[in-house]
Design a binder for this molecule. Structure first.
Ligand code: ATP
Ligand code: MG
Length: 324
């Protein structure tokens, strides 16, 4: 069975796009999956230590509240498995400086910053380590991350070619159709933890009132009829996609049921509230037992280390390190 891997970086707030596009397919899927909180990746940009620590626990709690079964997958915090950084270094020794510098995300993010951290340049190599450690076959990613998965693929192929067969060569796969939830106030851009404004993102922990307010103010278009046309009418299409994601219906079928934008927005707000309420109820219960969540994470890290340790041993031997 193909193994898939998904990471959630604990910066900003988890949103409906993370849930519909990444988390729910894992929860509803039957596959062999690795899910982790990529806390080391949160250190590549200016960060607040307490915030990263708190969000790591919050994200883990939310993932469990959303229905992630920690016994059915590998579920852990990245920094609890030191093999990630250990393999990172070995992979740096198989990556060209120019190769890392060419990453579009590095160019864009470094342009916006005065002080660029070295880790922002090398983070795609850490991501390659995340992927290769667990013999991952498939990484579901949007366009913004596909270049990084390509890099992981290139590194794996090069390493295997130079030092002998060591890594499974991964590939990027598209998330399910309509899994790209767009920003409510700027519907040609994806809903994002780091770049969406508070009005543009529906946070998993938003109260029902906030959800309704944001959906009712979502940017639509100047037209008045409700049709599913992602290119010509992205705001309305996004609302239909969200409604489809929450109800299981098809967005073009849904469009026929509404005469006015106001009706559509009301239905979307209700559907999102219905989707989020049970998750929030479970979140509140789990958040009251942080020791339980931390036990789950510790057990996950122990299982992950067993798998990751074997890969690191293979890579060390192949690259020429003398066993201790
Ligand atoms: P950031 O802005 O910090 O990159 P993000 O919102 O893109 O945050 P990530 O932590 O990068 O979130 O991604 C977590 C998972 O959620 C990934 O699998 C990613 O593909 C998915 N994802 C992120 N945004 C969306 C979206 N708008 N629609 C669908 N899936 C998304
Ligand atoms: Mg992202």
């Amino acid at each position: 069975m193909a193994r898939r891997l998904t990471g959630f970086t604990p910066s900003g707030n988890l949103h409906l796009g993370n849930y519909l596009g990444a988390l729910r397919p894992i929860i509803e899927g039957t596959g062999d999956t690795v899910v982790f909180i990529s806390d080391l990746h949160a250190l590549t940009l200016d960060h607040d230590p307490a915030d990263v620590r708190d969000r790591t626990l919050e994200f883990a709690t939310l993932l469990l509240a959303a229905g992630l079964d920690p016994d059915a997958c590998l579920f852990m915090v990245q920094s609890h498995v030191p093999e990630h950084t250990e393999l990172h270094y070995l992979l740096e020794c198989a990556t060209g400086y120019g190769e890392a510098q060419r990453m579009i995300q590095f160019k864009e993010k470094s342009r916006r910053q005065q002080q660029v951290r070295m880790s922002l340049l090398t983070y795609p190599i850490l991501m390659a380590a995340d992927i290769l450690l667990y013999d991952t076959d498939e990484v579901p990613v949007g366009d913004d991350q596909s270049q990084h998965v390509e890099l992981a693929r290139d590194i794996a192929i090069r390493f295997n070619g130079r030092y002998g067969d060591t890594f499974t060569v991964p590939r990027a796969v598209n998330p399910p159709v309509a899994a790209r939830v767009m920003d409510l106030s700027s519907p040609t851009e994806k809903m994002s933890k780091s770049t969406s404004s508070a009005a543009g993102a529906l946070r998993l922990l938003d109260e029902p009132d906030a959800v309704r307010r944001k959906v009712m103010r979502a940017v639509t278009d100047t037209g008045t009829t409700v049709t599913y046309d992602p290119a010509g009418s992205p705001g309305v299409a996004n609302l239909l996609d969200i409604l489809a994601g929450c109800t299981g219906a098809r967005p073009d079928d849904l469009a026929a049921g509404f005469d006015r934008y106001g009706e559509l927005k009301k239905a979307v707000a209700d559907a999102v509230v219905d989707t989020l309420t049970p998750i929030q109820d479970r979140y509140r219960k789990l958040a009251a037992q942080p020791d339980h969540v931390r036990d789950v994470l510790r057990a996950g890290a122990a299982r992950a280390r067993a798998a990751a340790g074997a890969t690191v041993d293979r890579a060390k031997a192949a690259i020429g390190l003398l066993p201790a």
